[in-house]
Design a protein around this ligand. Structure first.
Ligand SMILES: [Zn+2]
Length: 144
């Protein structure tokens, strides 16, 4: 057996062991990914002297996400996930709107309905038009 075959076999054995180890454990979810990204940001910011303590926050977040991944308490972890999903709903929607605005900056304009706050997307270059909100039927006049 050459070196590569041996290495491959070792990795396979390790993968099986890892699988056995993870049986009954929670694993990763969307919240874990968020935590890992946050920990990367914190540890990176910790490079700067006045906010060195950010590094330790980052490390603490990594430990917490590892703890969650290996946890056998499904119920609690799922509660955390639900809490995270609820908490992140608005920022995620706002981020998506921001990305869309940049993507469509040449072809469309975005307005918010003054009544129900629904976001309206209108083609650019139509001059002054009356827009009817599809949700609440309120009318707004805007320049596109
Ligand atoms: Zn509306």
């Amino acid at each position: 057996m050459n070196f590569l075959q041996r290495l491959q076999e070792m990795l396979q054995r390790f993968a099986i062991k890892l699988q056995q180890f993870m049986v009954g454990r929670y694993g990763t979810d969307e919240f874990t990914i968020f935590l890992l990204i946050a920990s990367l940001i914190f540890t990176f910011l910790g490079n700067f002297r006045p906010i060195r303590f950010f590094y330790f926050i980052g490390v603490a977040i990594i430990w917490y996400s590892l703890f969650r991944t290996l946890s056998k308490n499904y119920e609690k972890r799922r509660k955390e996930l639900n809490w995270y999903l609820r908490w992140s709903e608005k920022p995620k929607a706002e981020l998506k709107l921001c990305v869309n605005k940049i993507r469509d900056r040449k072809s469309h304009r975005y307005f918010k309905c003054e009544e129900c706050k629904t976001v309206l997307r209108v083609p650019k270059g139509r001059g002054k038009i009356e827009i009817t909100c599809p949700k609440c039927r309120a009318k707004i006049i805007k320049k596109t």
